[in-house]
Write a protein that binds this ligand. Structure first.
Ligand code: HEC
Ligand code: HEC
Length: 309
């Protein structure tokens, strides 16, 4: 290119001093600036990329943390649930145990309360050994209250001589099982085994009773004793308490020759629900329909009646 001297002079005059110091032409300068800008843009882009990467990492970390804490929470919830479940299981188990214990206790109680005559028990009682029974009764000092042979001196203590063994045995069992309440008798039978009670009852059954005190002459037979009272649905006492042992069954006592005071006391106990060891509430039902005067009359009548042979 051919430069005119004028252009040169003008250019030299108008150019800033700096343009002389650097070799750069304005184009170079522009290029450089553009390059810088590009570099800057590149750096910025790089920076942005980095921070985007950082943010992504952070996001990832946060997500990881969140998922970890979610996992932890789930784990904790599971543990809590397990704990609750375990506790519930334990509680229900202990409730079940308690119930079954109560049930078992009630069943055992029931067994003691409900006396049952089984065939084998009837046979065992029938095989009672009177000899052993005599020794046992002496050792236990039953005579202190029931007399040497079972005929009581005291009016309020029952005579047990000549009594049916099965009845006496059942009463001893009932005192022991607390089905019949008497402090003295409980103290005595506590120390006796089942076999002891069978043998002792067998011995008293072999003993003869004495004729009881009482006015035999001119005594009318009370209607209740041999006829009963239909209006009150009362059957005669003798229907069961007959001298015929077969009619008595296994446990119906001989009441002839019984001490009158004991007779009245025990009948009043049946009447008032203080003696409840009779099967099917038999005697409780009968006694509840009787007046005290009727009971006293019957007591006197049976006391004076000799025990059957
Ligand atoms: C401290 C006095 C005393 C002694 C000792 C005693 N008993 Fe009794 N016994 C009584 C009294 C009182 C009754 C009535 C209690 C009642 O009303 O339940 C009775 C009731 C009985 C009965 C029930 C009689 C019935 O007709 O229902 C029998 C059986 C009996 N005793 C047997 C014995 C034997 C066996 C011994 C010894 C191991 C003995 N007793 C020791 C005072 C005694
Ligand atoms: C259906 C049968 C039956 C009739 C009826 C009956 N009894 Fe009894 N009695 C029994 C039985 C069974 C026992 C024994 C209960 C027990 O296991 O403790 C008994 C027990 C007794 C005793 C307790 C004896 C003692 O030594 O402690 C007396 C007293 C008695 N009866 C009186 C009477 C009188 C009085 C009548 C009539 C008003 C009567 N009974 C009617 C069945 C009967």
């Amino acid at each position: 290119m051919k430069l005119s001297p004028l252009y040169l002079i003008t250019t030299l005059m108008l150019s800033p001093v700096s343009s002389f110091a650097a070799d750069d032409t304005p184009i170079d300068q522009m290029m450089g600036a553009a390059k810088d800008m590009m570099q800057q843009g590149k750096d910025t882009a790089k920076e942005m990329g980095q921070s985007a990467k950082d943010m992504a990492q952070q996001g990832k970390d946060a997500a990881k943390e969140m998922s970890q804490s979610a996992k932890d929470m789930a784990e904790e919830a599971k543990q809590n649930a397990d704990k609750v479940l375990k506790e519930a299981k334990e509680t229900s188990e202990s409730i079940r145990d308690e119930i079954s214990q109560d049930f078992r206790a009630a069943t055992i109680e029931q067994d003691a309360k409900s006396f049952k005559w089984t065939q084998s028990l009837i046979e065992e009682v029938a095989k009672g050994d009177p000899k052993k029974g005599e020794t046992l009764a002496k050792q236990a000092r039953c005579s202190k209250c029931h007399g040497d042979t079972g005929v009581s001196d005291e009016d309020d203590t029952p005579s047990i001589a000549g009594q049916i063994a099965a009845y006496s045995y059942k009463q001893l069992h009932d005192y022991k099982a607390k089905n019949r309440d008497d402090r003295d008798m409980l103290k005595k039978v506590k120390k006796l085994s089942n076999q002891d009670m069978i043998d002792i009852s067998a011995w008293y059954a072999t003993q003869k009773t004495e004729a009881m005190a009482g006015d035999k002459k001119g005594k009318k037979i009370p209607v209740l004793a041999n006829k009963g009272d239909k209006k009150r649905f009362l059957i005669a006492c003798d229907t069961c308490h007959d001298k015929d042992a077969m009619k008595r069954g296994f446990q119906t006592p001989i009441i002839e020759g019984q001490k009158p005071e004991h007779f009245v006391e025990t009948m009043m106990a049946f009447k008032e629900g203080d003696r409840t060891n009779d099967h099917y509430k038999l005697m409780q039902n009968i006694a509840s329909k009787l007046t005290e005067d009727e009971i006293k009359e019957l007591a006197g009548y049976y006391a004076a009646k000799p025990m059957p042979e």
